[in-house]
Design a protein around this ligand. Structure first.
Ligand SMILES: *[C@@H]1O[C@H](CO)[C@@H](O)[C@H](O)[C@H]1NC(C)=O
Ligand SMILES: *[C@@H]1O[C@H](CO)[C@@H](O)[C@H](O)[C@H]1NC(C)=O
Length: 776
């Protein structure tokens, strides 16, 4: 912890007075975080007012391509009277972006910005691939559906143009979406959100009809492979959310449903709902809270294979959770409830037709589970529908009311434009070619703590470690990308961080949002993000990342593409992307929300599958608190998540995939083990999804850990054995795992390298689901 000198306090005071320019020449003396905004209440959101210098260097028209688009510049009026549909869609689509027929691409990112106003629309606003739709965070704009609105939803993230499991890079923030003027019988919908990883919905209020019998809904999602959403409010409607997806994490939602005939969350497509984690749910005046009813398939008695709900308050709602049929032992319908407060909720868990599984009332459910539970090294599960031992959570993870702490994506709503500093204004090019190492490091050295560091959209090449000091706030634009490359990151015997967030032992605020960290290969020695910083005492979640991803290969500019890294493996050593993607070091804490570590399995610009090698995914040695809320780690060689000597983690939900080429080669090939990085012992022939060694008070609340291939073949899906083991816990760790869905790993849990829980006992649709595994 550093001492704050009186001169620093004085300089900080000048910054708050808007005199930051005086500070800028004074270098690293400026080290106190900018802690509050200075914008006048009536002033527009800073994003509207800053100079817009974002670029897309790999676009076919890099000079002319516009990343930032203000819908008013495209003719939208926002006056509540004019039909703004065409203008908004022009703002999104202009510049030959990735729309119908494109499928996927990384060369045309866009931020589409909506100033304060009321925007009337009559057909869907189509959110293209790689788009952030952002409203004024200070004065949230309204998107209002005309009474005669035609189409699937006010915002449509996929009009059938994208592959549902590959519909990456969408974010929507700061809107009031109103469909209440539409006829009550219309299935008026706020957002059609058929999306995958690197997607988020943040800070949105949905207004639907409150008339009896209306058919309105807030979110409609039939499938995909997400994702994170949070800070959502649903008012009225038939359904707040009607959602199906392989996996999703939802934090902080409120459903106020005046129409008492209806349910807040409807999840029906059992085949495509493998695992959902809901954290922080408020339900008022609904008929059913979670309606997990069969719809899409006939084989399921519950619409979600693994449903996990933590920290809910439910009021004046007859049924909290309902399924189509009673759960039947070995088969379907895993449900975990933790810290659920019921106020006048007669049935906590029920079945369509009226059977009651768990009585409600006005009461608190501490910890309750339905499904197959396992302990220790006992291979035999027990089917239960009962209270379970209280779920153990480290106190440092909880907020003052005892819930898992959550922190909204920082948007600096009340900050004035002068409180930001653009890296391009300071000489960084972000053109995908120029070595920006010195320019970027200089910005951090000079402005960390004095200004929010703004990375204008672009691709910033760096050839040596960039150190971000504690006390820094970093904001990207449509996932501004830092690309580490060169000799510094070449040698897997001498790995080196590309980005070093804080230094060992440092404490302070460190917020990073809307960035991508990446490499240009071959970079076998890159530790893409080394995270060292710790929250100051009393400031939970001060150090974290939001909508920030580590993306390795599979896109233009990385030298790790389908043409040079084909699935034959003939790219060899040229296809090393990184040694380790994310390292949480022992003295760090971390709040990670909406984080995707993706070593590409296919090329987003060229199309085909690729053989790209990243040694390790996420390694944590942190003593906590660590919150991993909606994180994923995919296709890394040794492991996706490894916890070594770690403590006090909340992980919900985590998602992984094993590399599609394994066991060709068998891990650790093409890497070698590295004792300094405490690699876990090797699984038989494939990466660990999760390896835990000598770690205490680790709570996994929802996991989707998948093995879909063997050497690119999928026959093993039919025999449920694409790999033998996938989760390993050593006997020195205290870990509890709830709502674990795996795909095609013969054993779902191993202890000390020995397979314990066979998937044969837990098959339920496509995934295999264990309701809980605890030490004892
Ligand atoms: C996903 O949903 C779409 C409907 O939008 C459907 O056409 C498609 O078959 C579904 N995909 C899968 C894999 O179920
Ligand atoms: C939850 O979301 C609401 C609505 O966006 C917001 O006002 C509130 O601050 C959020 N709470 C947390 C803990 O994030």
């Amino acid at each position: 912890m550093h001492l704050i000198s009186s001169s620093t306090i004085f300089l900080h005071f000048l910054t708050l007075l808007g005199l930051g320019a005086l500070v800028s020449g004074l270098g690293s003396q400026c080290s106190a975080p900018v802690t509050s905004g200075t914008a006048a209440p009536s002033a527009p959101f800073w994003m509207e007012q800053i100079q817009h210098q974002g670029s897309a260097p790999f676009n076919s028209n890099p000079g002319g391509y516009q990343v930032f688009r203000n819908v008013k510049d495209f003719g939208a009026k926002g006056d509540g009277v004019t039909d703004d549909t065409a203008a908004i869609n022009a703002a999104i689509s202009s510049g030959n972006r990735c729309g119908n027929g494109c499928g996927q691409s990384t060369i045309s990112p866009a931020v589409v910005y909506f100033p304060q106003g009321t925007y009337l629309v009559s057909t869907p606003i189509v959110s293209y691939f790689y788009t952030q739709l952002i409203g004024d965070a200070k004065h949230m704009p309204s998107l209002v559906a005309n009474p005669n609105f035609q189409g699937i939803a006010v915002i449509d993230a996929d009009p059938g143009w994208y592959v549902n499991q590959n519909n990456f890079y969408h974010s929507i923030r700061n809107f009031h979406i109103d469909v209440s003027r539409m006829p009550t019988g219309a299935s008026a919908t706020g957002i059609h959100w058929q999306v995958s990883q690197a997607t988020s919905l943040i800070n949105i209020v949905f207004q639907m009809s409150t008339a009896a019998g209306n058919a309105h809904q807030g979110i409609w999602m039939e499938n995909g492979s997400g994702g994170f959403m949070g800070d959502l409010v649903f008012n009225g409607g038939k359904f707040g959310m009607w959602v199906g997806n392989q996996q999703f994490t939802v934090r902080n939602i409120t459903v106020n449903n005046a129409n008492t005939a209806h349910s807040s969350i409807q999840q029906v497509y059992g085949l495509w709902n493998w695992g959902w984690t809901f954290q922080g749910v408020t339900i008022n005046n609904c008929q059913v809270g979670f309606d997990l009813a069969t719809g899409g398939t006939t084989q399921d008695n519950q619409g979600v294979q693994g449903e996990a709900i933590i920290d809910a308050v439910v009021t004046n709602t007859p049924i909290f959770v309902r399924s189509s049929q009673p759960s039947n032992g070995a088969l379907r319908g895993s449900l975990v409830l933790n810290n659920i407060k019921l106020n006048n909720v007669p049935t906590a868990v029920g079945v369509v037709g009226g059977a009651v599984v768990l009585n409600g009332g006005t009461t608190t459910i501490n910890s309750w589970a339905q499904g197959n539970v396992y302990t220790g090294t006992n291979a035999n599960g027990r089917f239960i529908q009962s209270n379970i031992a209280a779920i153990n959570k480290a106190g440092s993870l909880l907020d003052s009311s005892g819930r898992i702490f959550g922190k909204t994506h920082p948007q600096y709503a009340n900050y004035a434009p002068g409180q930001f500093i653009s890296v391009k204004s300071q000489g960084a090019k972000g053109d995908g070619q120029t070595d920006d190492t010195a320019a970027i490091q200089a910005v951090f050295d000079k402005f960390a703590g004095c200004r929010v560091i703004f990375f204008d959209a672009g691709v910033y090449v760096v050839t040596n470690t960039i150190t971000i000091p504690a006390g820094t706030q970093v904001v990207g634009e449509a996932w501004s990308t830092i690309l580490g490359t060169g000799n510094a990151f070449f040698d897997y015997n001498n790995p080196k961080p590309v980005i070093q967030a804080g230094t060992s032992g440092s404490q302070g605020v460190l917020e990073i949002s809307d960035m991508i960290f990446s490499t240009r290969g071959p970079t076998a020695g890159a530790i893409v993000l080394e995270w060292n910083v710790h929250d100051p005492a009393g400031q939970q979640g001060a150090a974290g990342t939001w909508d920030t991803h580590i993306i390795l290969g599979g896109k233009i500019g990385t030298n790790l593409q389908a043409n040079n890294c084909p699935t034959s493996g003939s790219g060899g050593n040229n296809c090393f992307a990184a040694f380790l993607a994310l390292h949480l070091t022992p003295s760090s804490s971390a709040y990670l929300e909406g984080l995707w570590v993706w070593t590409a399995d296919h090329d987003l610009d060229q199309g085909p599958q690729v053989d790209i090698y990243t040694g390790r995914g996420i390694m944590s040695e942190s003593q906590g608190p660590v919150w991993m809320i909606g994180t994923a780690s995919e296709h890394n060689i040794l492991y996706q998540y490894s916890l070594v000597n770690a403590q006090n983690h909340y992980m919900g939900l985590i998602q992984t995939e094993t590399p599609y080429f394994q066991p060709n080669p068998v891990p650790p090939a093409p890497f070698i083990p590295n004792a300094a990085y405490k690699d876990p012992s090797l699984g038989p022939g494939a990466a660990w999804a999760l390896a835990v060694s000598n770690s205490q008070v680790i709570l996994v609340f929802g996991a989707g850990l998948y093995s879909f291939f063997q050497n690119y073949g999928q026959a093993c899906l039919n025999t449920f054995n694409c790999q033998q083991q996938i989760v390993n816990i050593d006997s020195g760790s205290t870990v509890a795992i709830y709502s674990l869905s795996t795909v095609a790993s013969q054993y779902q849990i191993s202890v000390n390298g020995q397979g314990i829980v066979p998937n044969s006992a837990n098959r339920a649709g496509f995934a295999q689901t264990v309701t809980s595994w605890t030490r004892s």
